[in-house]
Design a protein around this ligand. Structure first.
Ligand code: NAD
Ligand code: IPM
Ligand code: MN
Length: 370
């Protein structure tokens, strides 16, 4: 019996997770996969009601689960960053989910580049460091100049002289990498390449500009490359964005720091047919991992039944793979594939179905082909 936490969150997160749960139900009917699910009311509504983001109680309860199934957060009524940092990024760092695995593969015919290439890229996005640590602040801001160096910069306290004018205002955001953080990231990248029978990995960075953090990262990856006997190629992120379009077939395991990974994997989702197709796993190999579509709450289509549920369904597939039910993961992917082949999908892919109908078709297919 697996114990799942389910956090639908906001906007289309709620709509696609409802469908994803239906699919998990179907899987439990036809296989030995048994689960219970505890629903967590974490997101904008609770925040607006109570002011709570991710609470100590949430953390205590979530920590005990076998996995977390997450929809999306984000609400136009709330200042950018509040929910994102206070909920999603908090969970990733609380549970130390330091790998964000985002597959980009051409497994179905809706991949726009498919007539040119087949590709199977495994993006491993570092998920706890880089520009995502909240290390930043402003100074010379009016009369209340202050520096707010936040979470994780444990002992660093800065005092800057207040200036009465705001003309000289500065804001800064620091990208940090730790040796330990890069080492464990590199370990996972090289192990993934070995599992996938590959002879090299690609490390994406901007070491020609951010020489300190990405210079150290290169050095550590070179050390690990020797240790694992697996080749290493470097790509600058700008060139990588281009290469993903012109030669996606030449990449396998791709390690990418947090911020660039965020950007490249939305591009990766589009290579697979759109944001409604991209799934991800926030992995802590020794702890609780969290599975989610890579898209957000999509306020522009929320509440209209337009959301494509496939990204959330494929996130459920990744969760099953992670929990050791790869055969059931494969069953889900095959059912999705059949529905894509048969024209049964939502409008973002050119189809006619709404979110629930698209989910119901996948469920029907799954029960038929099992
Ligand atoms: P978004 O991913 O929500 O939407 C981008 C575009 O893609 C929109 O036009 C949307 O309609 C479309 N889209 C996304 N998912 C779709 C789906 N399943 N089916 C059909 N169309 C889909 O990104 P955004 O608009 O930049 O952000 C909206 C909010 O979501 C923001 O608050 C942002 O911070 C948040 N966000 C959260 C997550 C997350 O929870 N993991 C991820 C990204 C963005
Ligand atoms: C994602 C999202 C998040 C990120 C945001 C919402 C904090 O864009 O999961 O890709 O930047 O990681
Ligand atoms: Mn993103």
């Amino acid at each position: 019996m697996k114990h799942l936490a389910v956090i639908p969150g906001d906007g289309i997160g709620k709509e696609v997770i409802e469908v994803g749960m239906d699919i998990l139900d179907a899987i439990s009917e036809v296989s030995s996969f048994n689960y219970d699910a505890e629903l967590f009311d974490i997101g904008s509504e609770r925040y607006l009601r109570t002011g709570e983001l991710l609470t100590k109680d949430d953390i205590y309860d979530l920590e005990k689960k076998d996995a977390i199934y997450f929809g999306a957060i984000g609400d136009p009524r709330i200042k950018p960053g509040v929910l994102e940092q206070g909920i999603l990024l908090s969970m990733r760092s609380q549970f130390d989910q330091y790998i964000n695995m985002r597959p980009v593969t051409s497994w179905h015919p809706f991949v726009p580049l498919k007539k040119h290439f087949d590709f199977d890229i495994c993006f491993l996005r570092e998920n706890t460091e880089d520009f995502y640590m909240g290390a930043g602040g402003t100074f010379r801001k009016g009369r209340n100049a202050s520096v707010d160096v936040k979470r994780r910069l444990y002992n660093l306290k800065m005092e800057l002289h207040p200036k009465p004018s705001s003309d000289d205002e500065f804001a800064f955001e620091i990208g940090l990498l730790s040796r330990k953080g890069v080492e464990r990231f590199a370990d996972q990248a090289f192990r993934t390449a070995i599992k996938r029978n590959e002879t090299k990995i690609t490390l994406v960075d901007k070491a020609n500009v951010c020489t300190h953090i990405y210079g150290m990262q290169r050095t550590i990856f070179e050390e690990k490359s020797k240790e694992y006997g697996i080749g290493l190629e470097f790509m600058y992120v700008d060139a990588m964005a281009m290469a993903m379009i012109v030669r996606p077939n030449t990449f396998g395991t791709v390690a990418v720091p947090n911020l660039f990974g965020d950007i490249l994997t939305d591009l990766g989702a589009q290579l697979q047919g759109g944001l409604g197709m991209g799934a991800s796993g926030n992995i802590n190999p020794e702890g609780v991992s969290m599975f989610e579509p890579i898209h957000g709450s999509a306020p522009d289509i929320a509440g209209q039944g337009k959301a494509n549920p496939i990204a959330a369904i494929l996130a459920a597939k990744m969760m099953l793979d992670h929990l050791g039910y790869e055969d059931m993961g494969a069953l889900i992917q095959n059912a999705v594939r059949k529905c894509l082949d048969n024209g049964k999908y939502t409008a973002d892919m050119g189809g006619k179905l709404n979110t629930k109908e698209a989910g119901a078709e996948i469920k029907k297919e799954l029960l038929r082909i099992r």
